[in-house]
Each structure stands twice: as structure tokens, then as C-alpha cells.
Design a protein around this ligand. Structure first.
Ligand SMILES: [Zn+2]
Length: 530
């Protein structure tokens, strides 16, 4: 053990590469001519990576920007993104397509909100960034460039000026958490920032890191802070040289705006537009939703003076287009439903969106699902057909939305919590959703579950589900699609309870005991093998 410790001490000292830079001092950092923009971009492209955190099933749980440091063994990134339920590894990807995996970290600081994850493999990847040893002036005189993976999709550079930011105490007061024990001043960048990502390096003209930009969830609005690179560097130098598993990561002090799904979070207005679009598409145009039309018939003629007058009769009849249902369901209406599921989940998962807007999004989806639950006759059949067709594509190019009637089957213990398994009507596939996500309308893992009232996901219950598929697993030859639920409502009863016997020891999802020990070891790749 002692040898191991000594070995890591040596490796880490080299890896962080801080001793070497310390000798170089800050003169060399400031003396150089500013890099031409193209060169700065190349520097960023080879060192700024997209960090995707995954659970033991390999499903992505969030995205952040990371920066390669030192001799290229470590990547600094947003701590909060790493600290999510079930996250066991991170994949880093650079713009040139180079990828590496990290399963351990060498440093994590709850107040600074950053962690250094160790890239797998013996050889360093390539030289990383230099972290500025001294704090930069925050009077607006320093031109900086933030480099980050916008919405987890594209490396983007944005220019601005370094200015003073909040103190740790002010930030704590603003977000409503306990102030840090040690004094800490943050910086800020005047001008644009790269949106939809946290952990972006803020570079000076020479391409050295002067700060790391973090997305923090304020009360009702996101707060941007820049952690001084000098403070991170100092903390790295005094860090105990050892590598630990992600499970041992400390939580960040700050409530973070973790980007949980790749891509932009839609605006609440965009979601409202989707809801209007569904209402328009589902409403029968011919009868305007009334189910009946007035039919005018000629029943005869008579003469009045020299004029022929037509006798007509107006009859109220069942609308031929919708069969009296008032609703029309088709594939294009179903497509809008899948978009709704996707948009709603993105809003619900984004803690940077105002709580009120997230609640409104949930209410909107629930309203639509309740309407789907009330479909009858041909529009219900059309909805089922569209859902079956969509489900037939499986997890495919995830993430993608599904809305379906489904019946609650068993619960399964996954590596990151209990899953409820649903059997969608007339589909050979099963859907599995993390149980805690089924009662949490917003901010997964952050806010206390809102009370949903009486509806309980009992064994055999029918529901209308709006979910987003993330990946797939094989269960006894049947594909189980792993989904994140946006919302569910009790649905129409569409069949008897499943005839399949519950496996021994399997509990009713509605009455499961959260305190019971997992039936399988965490991280067992065959955990769905029953
Ligand atoms: Zn009609």
C-alpha cells in the first residue's frame, strides 16, 4: 500500500505538472504575444473536451465541458455533473474524435466546484493547458475567450472580458446554501458565454487557463461564475495524491445547472406551442370537435307567386370524419406527441429553468396525456397503432420521445435505483423507467418529489406514459427500452392483469420498500437478467 501511495504521489506530481509550471512563474504567461485567433482555436480544440458521464448501464447521465491539464493525464471538469446517481464513468471526447474513459478522480473540491478525473491508459494523451499561477486582474483589462461544448454538441469559442464576480458568501446567500468555510472570490466574464455547458475554460490571450466557468442554478435563474484557475492550481498542489472511484466524489457545494440531455433546452413558449399544435391536430376539423354536423337536405319545392322555393330540412348527424368522437388521431399528430415528450423532459430536467415554468410544463403534458386517455374508438386505435409503429423502431437513435398506453409490470433493481417495467399495448417491447423519476416532476435528484396524490403505479395498472428512450437492454430475448419519464397519468383499462407470473421475490411496484437491500450487486452487467 505504501509503495502504491508513493508511486501515485510521483505520478500525480508529474501528471498535474504543477511543479514545473511553478518554476516558470507568471512572467512567461504574461510576456508572450497574444495568439492569433486561429491558433487559439487550435489550442482549445486539442485540449477542451466534451465530458459525458454514464451509469453502469452505459447510459449518459449528463454532459459538461472538460479541459486537459498538465501532461495530459487529467481532465478538469464540473464536479456537479460527475456527482449524479449511478454515475461510474466519464467519457471524454475531443473535436478530432479522440476519446478516453475516466473511472477515477485525483482531486475534487466542493467549494471550487471542479474535479480532476484521471484518463484511463498509461500514456498521457497530449500536453494539456497551463493553469495560471496568479489571479488575473478583474478590472476588465484582460480580454478572455471561453471555450466550451455548446449544448453538448459543438465546440464554441466566445470572447469577453474578465471582471470581478461574487464572493463565496454572496453566492451562498443567493442560491440559499451554507457559505463556504474558507473565503473564496469568484470571477465573471463580461460578454457572452458558451451556453448549455459547465466547466468551460476561460483562456487569456496566450491560451492559458485563467478560470473555469461553472453554470450554477440560482433561485429561478442561472448564475454564471468563473472559478479562478490560480485557486484550482493551489488546491491541486495541496491535494492528497490518490485516485478514487467516482462513488467517493464529494457533492458540490453549489446547486448546479447540470446539462442532462444533449441539445438545447426548449423554451416554455416552444412547449406551449407544441401543446397548441397537438390540440389543433387532434381536433376534428369537420365538426370542430363536437362530433356532429348539420346536414341540409332538399325535401321539396313549392311556388310562391311566380318563384320556385326549395324546401330544406336541417338534420344533426354524426360527423363522418371522426365517427362522432370529435377527435382525429394520425401519424403526424402522434409525431407532435413524441416531440412534446422530448421537450417536456428537457425542461423538467433543466434546473436552470424556473420552477414555475417546469411545473407548467408538467401540467401541460399531464393535460395532453389525460386527453389521450379519453380517446375512444377509431382515434384510440389510431393512437395505439402510431405508438406501436414508433415503438417498433426500438431505442434506435436515442434520445427520442414515446407516448403510449402501457401496463405496469414488475420492478427491477438497476445499478442506479429501482426501475418500473411497463408493457406498452400490442408491442413486443418493454419499457423500463427509473422509479424515482416517475414521481418527480422536475429537477431529477434535486428537488423533493412533488406529491402526485392517489395514483400509484400498482402491478397491472394501465397508464398513459410520455417518455424519452435512452438505450436498450435484452431481457429474456425481449428488448427492454430504458426510458426517462416526462409524465404519466392513469389510463383506460385495456386488458386484464398480465398473466405472466411475477418472479419469486418480485414486489408490487406500488408497495416496494425503498430500504430493502438490492437483490443484485451494483454494476452487475447482467442485472436485468432476472
Ligand atoms: Zn368530426
Amino acid at each position: 500500500m505504501g509503495t502504491m501511495r508513493a508511486r501515485w504521489k510521483a505520478i500525480l506530481a508529474v501528471a498535474f505538472g504543477l511543479g514545473v509550471w511553478g518554476a516558470a512563474g507568471t512572467d512567461s504567461l504574461r510576456a508572450g504575444e497574444p495568439l492569433p485567433p486561429l491558433e487559439l482555436r487550435e489550442t482549445a480544440a486539442s485540449r477542451v473536451c466534451l465530458v459525458t458521464v454514464r451509469n453502469s448501464m452505459g447510459l449518459p447521465r449528463g454532459y459538461a465541458t472538460g479541459l486537459l491539464i498538465g501532461d495530459g493525464r487529467f481532465v478538469l471538469t464540473d464536479l456537479a455533473t460527475l456527482v449524479q446517481p449511478g454515475v461510474v464513468q466519464a467519457q471524454v471526447r475531443f473535436e478530432d474524435g479522440t476519446t478516453r474513459t475516466a473511472r477515477r478522480f485525483g482531486f475534487a473540491d466542493p467549494v471550487l466546484g471542479v474535479a480532476a478525473i484521471a484518463l484511463d491508459g498509461d500514456a498521457p494523451l497530449r500536453p494539456g493547458f497551463v493553469l495560471a499561477a496568479e489571479e488575473s486582474p478583474v478590472d476588465g483589462s484582460v480580454a478572455v475567450t471561453s471555450a466550451g461544448w455548446e449544448w453538448g454538441a459543438t465546440l464554441k469559442l466566445v470572447r469577453g472580458r474578465l471582471v470581478a464576480g461574487k464572493s463565496g458568501a454572496d453566492l451562498a446567500a443567493e442560491v440559499g446554501c451554507n457559505p463556504p468555510a474558507a473565503r473564496q472570490a469568484f470571477m465573471s466574464v463580461n460578454g457572452g458565454v458558451v451556453v448549455g455547458t459547465s466547466g468551460s475554460p476561460v483562456l487569456d490571450g496566450q491560451g492559458n487557463v485563467v478560470g473555469i466557468w461553472l453554470a450554477i442554478a440560482g433561485k429561478g435563474r442561472p448564475i454564471d461564475v468563473v472559478v479562478p484557475a490560480a485557486a484550482v492550481r493551489q488546491a491541486l498542489l495541496s491535494a492528497k495524491p490518490e485516485l478514487k472511484d467516482f462513488a467517493d466524489l464529494p457533492a458540490s457545494l453549489w446547486p448546479a445547472r447540470v446539462q442532462r440531455m444533449k441539445g438545447e433546452t426548449p423554451s416554455p413558449a416552444a412547449l406551449a406551442q407544441t401543446v397548441r399544435s397537438i390540440r389543433m391536430q387532434v381536433l376534428c376539423k369537420k365538426c370542430k370537435g363536437t362530433g356532429t354536423i348539420i346536414v341540409t337536405r332538399v325535401v321539396g319545392q313549392h311556388r310562391v307567386g311566380g318563384m320556385v322555393q326549395t324546401d330544406v330540412r336541417r338534420d344533426r348527424e354524426t360527423c363522418p370524419d371522426c365517427g362522432g368522437e370529435g377527435t382525429v388521431m394520425d401519424d403526424s399528430a402522434y409525431k407532435v406527441l413524441t416531440l412534446l415528450a422530448d421537450q417536456a423532459l428537457r425542461i423538467l430536467l433543466d434546473s436552470g429553468v424556473e420552477e414555475r415554468a417546469r411545473e407548467a410544463a408538467h401540467v401541460n403534458v399531464v393535460d395532453v396525456l389525460e386527453a389521450m386517455g379519453k380517446l375512444t374508438g377509431r382515434s384510440r386505435r389510431a393512437f395505439i397503432d402510431a405508438a406501436v409503429k414508433e415503438l417498433g423502431r426500438g431505442a434506435g437513435d436515442s434520445p427520442r420521445g414515446f407516448v403510449a398506453y402501457a401496463q405496469v409490470r414488475e420492478t427491477l433493481t438497476g445499478p442506479d435505483g429501482d426501475y418500473v417495467v411497463f408493457a406498452p399495448l400490442h408491442s413486443g417491447r418493454l419499457l423500463a423507467a427509473r422509479k424515482d423519476g416517475l414521481s418527480v416532476p422536475s429537477g431529477e435528484g434535486q428537488d423533493p418529489p412533488a406529491e402526485q396524490g392517489p395514483p400509484v403505479l400498482n402491478y397491472g395498472r394501465w397508464v398513459v406514459l410520455a417518455v424519452v428512450a435512452e438505450g436498450a437492454f435484452d431481457l429474456e430475448g425481449r428488448e427492454v427500452v430504458i426510458v426517462r419519464p416526462a409524465a404519466w397519468v392513469p389510463g383506460p383499462s385495456l386488458g386484464p392483469p398480465p398473466s405472466r407470473e411475477r418472479p419469486p421475490g418480485e414486489s408490487d411496484p406500488g408497495e416496494s420498500d425503498p430500504g430493502r437491500p438490492p437483490r443484485r450487486e451494483d454494476g452487475d452487467p447482467g442485472f436485468f437478467g432476472l
